[in-house]
Design a protein around this ligand. Structure first.
Ligand code: FAD
Ligand code: NAP
Length: 311
Protein backbone atom coordinates (compact mmCIF):
# COMPACT_ATOMS: atom_id res chain seq x y z
CA UNK A 1 0.00 0.00 0.00
CA UNK A 2 1.25 3.50 -0.86
CA UNK A 3 1.89 5.98 1.94
CA UNK A 4 0.84 8.91 -0.22
CA UNK A 5 -0.81 9.01 -3.64
CA UNK A 6 -0.55 12.40 -5.34
CA UNK A 7 -2.96 12.95 -8.21
CA UNK A 8 -1.69 15.54 -10.70
CA UNK A 9 1.84 16.56 -11.59
CA UNK A 10 1.58 20.35 -11.80
CA UNK A 11 3.29 22.78 -9.41
CA UNK A 12 1.07 21.65 -6.49
CA UNK A 13 1.56 17.92 -7.09
CA UNK A 14 5.30 18.17 -7.71
CA UNK A 15 5.85 20.26 -4.58
CA UNK A 16 3.75 17.82 -2.56
CA UNK A 17 6.00 15.07 -3.95
CA UNK A 18 9.14 16.93 -2.92
CA UNK A 19 7.94 17.58 0.63
CA UNK A 20 6.46 14.12 1.32
CA UNK A 21 9.52 12.22 0.09
CA UNK A 22 12.03 14.59 1.66
CA UNK A 23 9.95 14.45 4.86
CA UNK A 24 10.39 10.69 5.13
CA UNK A 25 7.34 9.10 3.48
CA UNK A 26 8.53 5.89 1.81
CA UNK A 27 6.06 4.94 -0.88
CA UNK A 28 4.96 8.09 -2.66
CA UNK A 29 3.57 7.93 -6.19
CA UNK A 30 2.48 10.88 -8.31
CA UNK A 31 -0.15 9.93 -10.90
CA UNK A 32 -0.08 12.23 -13.92
CA UNK A 33 -2.10 11.70 -17.10
CA UNK A 34 0.38 13.51 -19.34
CA UNK A 35 3.83 15.00 -18.89
CA UNK A 36 4.47 16.48 -15.43
CA UNK A 37 4.47 20.28 -15.27
CA UNK A 38 0.81 21.28 -15.33
CA UNK A 39 -0.99 24.15 -17.01
CA UNK A 40 1.93 26.53 -16.92
CA UNK A 41 3.83 24.42 -19.45
CA UNK A 42 1.39 25.77 -22.06
CA UNK A 43 2.30 29.38 -21.24
CA UNK A 44 4.75 31.39 -23.29
CA UNK A 45 6.33 33.00 -20.24
CA UNK A 46 6.42 33.22 -16.50
CA UNK A 47 8.05 36.16 -14.80
CA UNK A 48 6.42 36.31 -11.38
CA UNK A 49 7.89 33.34 -9.54
CA UNK A 50 9.98 34.76 -6.68
CA UNK A 51 13.70 34.16 -6.97
CA UNK A 52 13.64 33.37 -10.70
CA UNK A 53 14.87 36.54 -12.39
CA UNK A 54 14.87 35.28 -15.97
CA UNK A 55 11.66 35.25 -17.98
CA UNK A 56 11.25 31.59 -18.93
CA UNK A 57 8.70 29.66 -20.95
CA UNK A 58 6.41 27.64 -18.69
CA UNK A 59 7.89 24.44 -20.09
CA UNK A 60 11.50 25.40 -19.33
CA UNK A 61 10.47 26.75 -15.94
CA UNK A 62 8.95 23.43 -14.84
CA UNK A 63 11.77 21.13 -16.02
CA UNK A 64 13.95 21.34 -12.87
CA UNK A 65 10.97 20.76 -10.59
CA UNK A 66 10.64 17.17 -11.76
CA UNK A 67 14.36 16.43 -11.54
CA UNK A 68 14.47 17.80 -8.00
CA UNK A 69 11.51 15.67 -6.81
CA UNK A 70 12.71 12.46 -8.37
CA UNK A 71 16.07 12.91 -6.60
CA UNK A 72 14.30 12.42 -3.25
CA UNK A 73 12.49 9.26 -4.31
CA UNK A 74 9.20 10.44 -5.74
CA UNK A 75 7.87 7.91 -8.23
CA UNK A 76 5.79 9.07 -11.16
CA UNK A 77 3.27 7.00 -13.11
CA UNK A 78 1.71 8.18 -16.35
CA UNK A 79 -1.89 7.24 -15.55
CA UNK A 80 -5.25 8.87 -16.03
CA UNK A 81 -6.99 8.58 -12.67
CA UNK A 82 -10.73 7.98 -13.05
CA UNK A 83 -11.89 7.97 -9.45
CA UNK A 84 -10.77 7.92 -5.84
CA UNK A 85 -12.88 6.02 -3.33
CA UNK A 86 -12.51 5.32 0.37
CA UNK A 87 -12.59 1.83 1.92
CA UNK A 88 -12.31 1.50 5.71
CA UNK A 89 -9.33 3.75 6.57
CA UNK A 90 -7.60 3.77 3.19
CA UNK A 91 -8.21 5.00 -0.35
CA UNK A 92 -8.48 3.24 -3.70
CA UNK A 93 -7.12 4.97 -6.79
CA UNK A 94 -8.96 3.76 -9.89
CA UNK A 95 -7.09 4.26 -13.15
CA UNK A 96 -8.33 3.16 -16.57
CA UNK A 97 -6.83 -0.35 -16.15
CA UNK A 98 -5.63 -0.88 -12.54
CA UNK A 99 -6.36 0.09 -8.97
CA UNK A 100 -3.89 1.18 -6.30
CA UNK A 101 -4.33 1.47 -2.53
CA UNK A 102 -3.03 4.40 -0.51
CA UNK A 103 -3.09 5.47 3.13
CA UNK A 104 -3.46 9.13 2.16
CA UNK A 105 -4.20 11.09 -1.02
CA UNK A 106 -3.30 14.60 -2.14
CA UNK A 107 -5.54 15.81 -4.98
CA UNK A 108 -3.73 18.34 -7.19
CA UNK A 109 -5.54 17.98 -10.50
CA UNK A 110 -5.74 21.71 -11.27
CA UNK A 111 -7.91 23.01 -14.08
CA UNK A 112 -8.60 22.89 -17.83
CA UNK A 113 -9.50 25.53 -20.43
CA UNK A 114 -13.20 26.32 -20.71
CA UNK A 115 -15.05 26.24 -24.00
CA UNK A 116 -16.79 29.44 -25.10
CA UNK A 117 -19.88 27.71 -26.48
CA UNK A 118 -19.74 29.76 -29.70
CA UNK A 119 -21.17 28.15 -32.84
CA UNK A 120 -18.43 26.38 -34.78
CA UNK A 121 -16.15 25.90 -31.75
CA UNK A 122 -16.54 22.13 -31.47
CA UNK A 123 -16.38 21.71 -35.24
CA UNK A 124 -13.09 23.59 -35.64
CA UNK A 125 -11.39 22.80 -32.33
CA UNK A 126 -7.79 21.88 -33.21
CA UNK A 127 -8.34 23.04 -36.82
CA UNK A 128 -7.80 26.75 -36.38
CA UNK A 129 -9.07 27.04 -32.82
CA UNK A 130 -6.51 26.74 -30.08
CA UNK A 131 -6.23 27.29 -26.32
CA UNK A 132 -2.43 27.39 -26.34
CA UNK A 133 -0.47 30.15 -28.08
CA UNK A 134 2.89 28.60 -27.19
CA UNK A 135 1.87 25.34 -28.78
CA UNK A 136 0.11 26.67 -31.88
CA UNK A 137 1.16 30.32 -32.36
CA UNK A 138 3.97 29.34 -34.70
CA UNK A 139 1.46 27.94 -37.22
CA UNK A 140 0.24 31.53 -37.76
CA UNK A 141 3.61 33.21 -38.16
CA UNK A 142 3.19 36.38 -40.26
CA UNK A 143 -0.60 35.97 -40.36
CA UNK A 144 -3.54 37.71 -38.68
CA UNK A 145 -5.17 35.95 -35.73
CA UNK A 146 -7.93 36.67 -33.21
CA UNK A 147 -7.99 36.17 -29.45
CA UNK A 148 -11.18 35.80 -27.42
CA UNK A 149 -11.22 36.82 -23.73
CA UNK A 150 -10.17 39.59 -21.39
CA UNK A 151 -8.37 37.81 -18.55
CA UNK A 152 -4.64 37.47 -17.81
CA UNK A 153 -4.30 34.46 -20.09
CA UNK A 154 -5.93 36.15 -23.08
CA UNK A 155 -3.85 39.32 -22.82
CA UNK A 156 -0.54 37.58 -22.06
CA UNK A 157 -1.03 35.20 -24.94
CA UNK A 158 -2.07 38.08 -27.25
CA UNK A 159 1.28 39.69 -26.39
CA UNK A 160 3.08 36.47 -27.22
CA UNK A 161 1.22 36.13 -30.51
CA UNK A 162 1.97 39.76 -31.41
CA UNK A 163 5.66 38.83 -31.65
CA UNK A 164 4.91 36.12 -34.22
CA UNK A 165 1.86 37.31 -36.07
CA UNK A 166 1.23 40.27 -38.36
CA UNK A 167 -1.82 41.38 -36.40
CA UNK A 168 -3.70 40.19 -33.30
CA UNK A 169 -7.32 41.24 -32.77
CA UNK A 170 -8.53 40.82 -29.19
CA UNK A 171 -12.31 40.46 -28.83
CA UNK A 172 -13.75 40.93 -25.37
CA UNK A 173 -17.35 41.14 -24.20
CA UNK A 174 -16.82 44.07 -21.79
CA UNK A 175 -14.87 47.35 -21.82
CA UNK A 176 -13.24 46.41 -18.49
CA UNK A 177 -10.64 43.66 -18.35
CA UNK A 178 -9.83 41.11 -15.65
CA UNK A 179 -6.19 41.06 -16.79
CA UNK A 180 -3.62 42.80 -14.59
CA UNK A 181 -3.35 46.52 -15.54
CA UNK A 182 0.38 46.22 -16.23
CA UNK A 183 -0.20 43.42 -18.75
CA UNK A 184 -3.05 45.28 -20.40
CA UNK A 185 -0.92 48.41 -20.67
CA UNK A 186 1.81 46.44 -22.45
CA UNK A 187 -0.71 45.01 -24.91
CA UNK A 188 -2.31 48.40 -25.59
CA UNK A 189 1.12 49.79 -26.41
CA UNK A 190 1.64 47.20 -29.15
CA UNK A 191 1.01 48.57 -32.62
CA UNK A 192 -0.17 45.23 -34.00
CA UNK A 193 -2.73 44.43 -31.28
CA UNK A 194 -6.22 45.78 -31.86
CA UNK A 195 -8.91 45.66 -29.17
CA UNK A 196 -12.58 45.25 -30.08
CA UNK A 197 -14.88 45.86 -27.08
CA UNK A 198 -17.57 45.26 -26.03
CA UNK A 199 -18.21 42.64 -28.67
CA UNK A 200 -19.86 39.24 -28.82
CA UNK A 201 -18.52 36.47 -30.98
CA UNK A 202 -21.43 34.97 -32.92
CA UNK A 203 -19.90 32.26 -35.04
CA UNK A 204 -16.64 30.69 -36.14
CA UNK A 205 -16.57 30.10 -39.88
CA UNK A 206 -14.55 27.61 -41.86
CA UNK A 207 -14.33 24.86 -44.38
CA UNK A 208 -12.55 21.52 -44.83
CA UNK A 209 -9.17 23.24 -44.30
CA UNK A 210 -10.24 24.76 -40.97
CA UNK A 211 -11.15 28.22 -39.67
CA UNK A 212 -11.29 31.05 -42.21
CA UNK A 213 -13.17 33.77 -40.33
CA UNK A 214 -15.32 34.85 -37.42
CA UNK A 215 -18.60 36.74 -37.16
CA UNK A 216 -19.01 39.22 -34.29
CA UNK A 217 -21.11 42.22 -33.33
CA UNK A 218 -20.81 45.14 -30.96
CA UNK A 219 -22.99 44.60 -27.90
CA UNK A 220 -25.21 47.60 -28.54
CA UNK A 221 -25.67 46.87 -32.26
CA UNK A 222 -27.29 44.08 -34.21
CA UNK A 223 -25.02 44.57 -37.23
CA UNK A 224 -22.82 41.53 -37.74
CA UNK A 225 -19.22 42.04 -38.92
CA UNK A 226 -16.73 39.58 -40.35
CA UNK A 227 -13.06 39.24 -39.53
CA UNK A 228 -11.01 37.06 -41.86
CA UNK A 229 -8.57 35.00 -39.79
CA UNK A 230 -7.29 31.44 -39.97
CA UNK A 231 -6.53 31.23 -36.26
CA UNK A 232 -8.70 31.92 -33.21
CA UNK A 233 -7.20 31.56 -29.74
CA UNK A 234 -9.84 31.10 -27.04
CA UNK A 235 -8.95 32.02 -23.45
CA UNK A 236 -12.23 32.27 -21.56
CA UNK A 237 -11.21 30.79 -18.22
CA UNK A 238 -10.70 27.43 -16.64
CA UNK A 239 -12.79 24.74 -14.96
CA UNK A 240 -11.43 22.73 -12.06
CA UNK A 241 -10.66 19.05 -12.73
CA UNK A 242 -12.75 17.50 -9.96
CA UNK A 243 -14.13 14.45 -11.81
CA UNK A 244 -11.96 11.99 -9.88
CA UNK A 245 -13.75 12.88 -6.65
CA UNK A 246 -17.14 11.92 -8.08
CA UNK A 247 -18.44 8.63 -6.68
CA UNK A 248 -20.51 6.02 -8.49
CA UNK A 249 -23.74 7.41 -6.96
CA UNK A 250 -22.92 10.93 -8.29
CA UNK A 251 -21.97 12.41 -4.90
CA UNK A 252 -18.49 13.80 -4.21
CA UNK A 253 -16.03 12.05 -1.91
CA UNK A 254 -15.52 15.26 0.07
CA UNK A 255 -17.22 18.62 0.54
CA UNK A 256 -17.15 20.88 -2.53
CA UNK A 257 -18.29 24.42 -3.36
CA UNK A 258 -21.09 25.05 -5.86
CA UNK A 259 -18.38 25.97 -8.39
CA UNK A 260 -16.89 22.49 -7.96
CA UNK A 261 -13.80 23.44 -5.96
CA UNK A 262 -12.66 21.29 -3.04
CA UNK A 263 -13.31 22.80 0.38
CA UNK A 264 -10.14 22.72 2.50
CA UNK A 265 -8.93 24.36 5.70
CA UNK A 266 -5.68 26.30 5.96
CA UNK A 267 -3.76 23.00 6.26
CA UNK A 268 -5.27 21.68 3.00
CA UNK A 269 -7.37 19.11 4.93
CA UNK A 270 -10.65 18.19 3.29
CA UNK A 271 -13.47 16.98 5.54
CA UNK A 272 -12.32 13.37 4.89
CA UNK A 273 -9.40 12.28 7.11
CA UNK A 274 -6.32 11.48 5.02
CA UNK A 275 -7.60 13.32 1.93
CA UNK A 276 -5.96 16.65 1.06
CA UNK A 277 -6.32 19.07 -1.87
CA UNK A 278 -3.80 21.61 -3.18
CA UNK A 279 -3.48 24.21 -5.93
CA UNK A 280 -6.09 25.42 -8.42
CA UNK A 281 -8.55 22.65 -7.46
CA UNK A 282 -9.13 24.06 -3.99
CA UNK A 283 -11.49 26.73 -2.74
CA UNK A 284 -10.31 30.35 -3.11
CA UNK A 285 -7.17 29.33 -5.01
CA UNK A 286 -5.17 32.36 -6.15
CA UNK A 287 -4.39 30.40 -9.34
CA UNK A 288 -0.71 31.21 -9.29
CA UNK A 289 2.23 28.84 -9.50
CA UNK A 290 3.76 30.13 -6.29
CA UNK A 291 0.48 29.58 -4.42
CA UNK A 292 -0.03 26.10 -5.88
CA UNK A 293 3.50 25.20 -4.78
CA UNK A 294 2.81 26.56 -1.28
CA UNK A 295 -0.38 24.51 -1.11
CA UNK A 296 1.49 21.41 -2.21
CA UNK A 297 4.04 21.86 0.55
CA UNK A 298 1.31 22.47 3.16
CA UNK A 299 -0.70 19.43 2.01
CA UNK A 300 2.44 17.28 2.19
CA UNK A 301 3.18 18.36 5.76
CA UNK A 302 -0.42 17.58 6.71
CA UNK A 303 -0.19 14.16 5.02
CA UNK A 304 3.03 13.37 6.93
CA UNK A 305 1.36 14.33 10.23
CA UNK A 306 -1.67 12.21 9.33
CA UNK A 307 0.50 9.15 8.58
CA UNK A 308 2.35 9.59 11.86
CA UNK A 309 -0.71 10.02 14.08
CA UNK A 310 -3.45 8.00 12.41
CA UNK A 311 -1.92 5.07 10.50
P1 FAD B 1 -2.16 22.30 -12.83
O1 FAD B 1 -1.02 23.11 -13.23
O2 FAD B 1 -3.44 22.40 -13.59
O3 FAD B 1 -1.70 20.76 -12.83
C1 FAD B 1 -2.63 19.72 -12.66
C2 FAD B 1 -2.07 18.46 -13.29
O4 FAD B 1 -2.97 17.37 -12.99
C3 FAD B 1 -1.99 18.52 -14.81
O5 FAD B 1 -0.68 18.22 -15.22
C4 FAD B 1 -3.01 17.48 -15.30
O6 FAD B 1 -2.57 16.80 -16.46
C5 FAD B 1 -3.07 16.52 -14.11
N1 FAD B 1 -4.37 15.81 -14.02
C6 FAD B 1 -5.61 16.37 -14.03
N2 FAD B 1 -6.55 15.40 -13.90
C7 FAD B 1 -5.87 14.23 -13.82
C8 FAD B 1 -6.29 12.88 -13.68
N3 FAD B 1 -7.59 12.55 -13.63
N4 FAD B 1 -5.34 11.91 -13.64
C9 FAD B 1 -4.02 12.23 -13.71
N5 FAD B 1 -3.56 13.50 -13.84
C10 FAD B 1 -4.48 14.48 -13.89
N6 FAD B 1 0.56 31.50 -12.77
C11 FAD B 1 1.57 32.27 -12.36
O7 FAD B 1 1.92 32.29 -11.17
N7 FAD B 1 2.28 33.00 -13.25
C12 FAD B 1 2.02 32.99 -14.57
O8 FAD B 1 2.67 33.70 -15.35
C13 FAD B 1 0.96 32.18 -15.02
N8 FAD B 1 0.68 32.11 -16.33
C14 FAD B 1 -0.29 31.26 -16.77
C15 FAD B 1 -0.52 31.15 -18.15
C16 FAD B 1 -1.48 30.28 -18.63
C17 FAD B 1 -1.69 30.15 -20.12
C18 FAD B 1 -2.25 29.52 -17.71
C19 FAD B 1 -3.29 28.57 -18.23
C20 FAD B 1 -2.05 29.64 -16.34
C21 FAD B 1 -1.08 30.51 -15.86
N9 FAD B 1 -0.81 30.66 -14.50
C22 FAD B 1 0.22 31.43 -14.06
C23 FAD B 1 -1.59 29.88 -13.50
C24 FAD B 1 -0.81 28.58 -13.09
O9 FAD B 1 -0.41 27.85 -14.24
C25 FAD B 1 -1.68 27.68 -12.21
O10 FAD B 1 -2.14 28.43 -11.11
C26 FAD B 1 -0.90 26.46 -11.70
O11 FAD B 1 -0.37 25.72 -12.76
C27 FAD B 1 -1.79 25.55 -10.87
O12 FAD B 1 -1.04 24.44 -10.49
P2 FAD B 1 -1.74 23.08 -10.04
O13 FAD B 1 -0.62 22.15 -9.73
O14 FAD B 1 -2.76 23.34 -9.02
O15 FAD B 1 -2.56 22.55 -11.30
P1 NAP C 1 -10.39 34.52 -16.30
O1 NAP C 1 -9.60 35.43 -15.45
O2 NAP C 1 -11.58 33.84 -15.73
O3 NAP C 1 -10.85 35.37 -17.59
C1 NAP C 1 -11.71 34.80 -18.55
C2 NAP C 1 -12.08 35.87 -19.55
O4 NAP C 1 -12.88 35.30 -20.59
C3 NAP C 1 -12.88 37.01 -18.93
O5 NAP C 1 -12.46 38.22 -19.46
C4 NAP C 1 -14.32 36.67 -19.33
O6 NAP C 1 -15.10 37.81 -19.51
C5 NAP C 1 -14.12 36.00 -20.66
N1 NAP C 1 -15.17 35.00 -20.95
C6 NAP C 1 -15.61 34.01 -20.14
N2 NAP C 1 -16.52 33.24 -20.77
C7 NAP C 1 -16.67 33.78 -22.01
C8 NAP C 1 -17.47 33.43 -23.13
N3 NAP C 1 -18.28 32.38 -23.11
N4 NAP C 1 -17.36 34.20 -24.24
C9 NAP C 1 -16.52 35.26 -24.29
N5 NAP C 1 -15.73 35.63 -23.25
C10 NAP C 1 -15.81 34.90 -22.13
O7 NAP C 1 -9.47 33.33 -16.93
P2 NAP C 1 -7.91 33.30 -17.30
O8 NAP C 1 -7.51 34.53 -18.01
O9 NAP C 1 -7.69 32.01 -17.96
O10 NAP C 1 -7.18 33.27 -15.89
C11 NAP C 1 -7.49 32.18 -14.97
C12 NAP C 1 -6.74 32.45 -13.67
O11 NAP C 1 -5.32 32.26 -13.88
C13 NAP C 1 -6.94 33.87 -13.18
O12 NAP C 1 -7.07 33.85 -11.78
C14 NAP C 1 -5.67 34.57 -13.59
O13 NAP C 1 -5.36 35.68 -12.77
C15 NAP C 1 -4.64 33.42 -13.51
N6 NAP C 1 -3.53 33.72 -14.43
C16 NAP C 1 -2.52 34.46 -13.95
C17 NAP C 1 -1.49 34.87 -14.77
C18 NAP C 1 -0.39 35.71 -14.20
O14 NAP C 1 -0.39 35.94 -13.00
N7 NAP C 1 0.58 36.20 -14.97
C19 NAP C 1 -1.50 34.50 -16.12
C20 NAP C 1 -2.59 33.75 -16.60
C21 NAP C 1 -3.60 33.37 -15.74
P3 NAP C 1 -15.61 38.65 -18.25
O15 NAP C 1 -14.43 39.40 -17.76
O16 NAP C 1 -16.67 39.53 -18.84
O17 NAP C 1 -16.16 37.66 -17.27
Amino acid sequence: MLDVAIIGGGPAGLTAGLYTTRGGAKEVVMFERGMPGGQITGSSEIENYPGVKEVLSGFDFMQPWQEQCFRFGLKSMQKDVMRISRLKNYFVIHTDKETFEAKSVIVATGGSPKRSGVKGEDQFYGRGISTCATCDGFFYKGEEVAVLGGGDTAIEEALFLSELCKKVTVLHRRDEFRAAPVTLQKAKAKANIEFLTPVLLDEILGDAKGVNGILYKYKDSQEQQKLEVNGLFIFVGYSVNNQILKQEDGSFLCEMTDAGEVKVDLNMNTNVPGLFAAGDIRIQAAKQVVCAAGDGARAALSALAYLEHHM
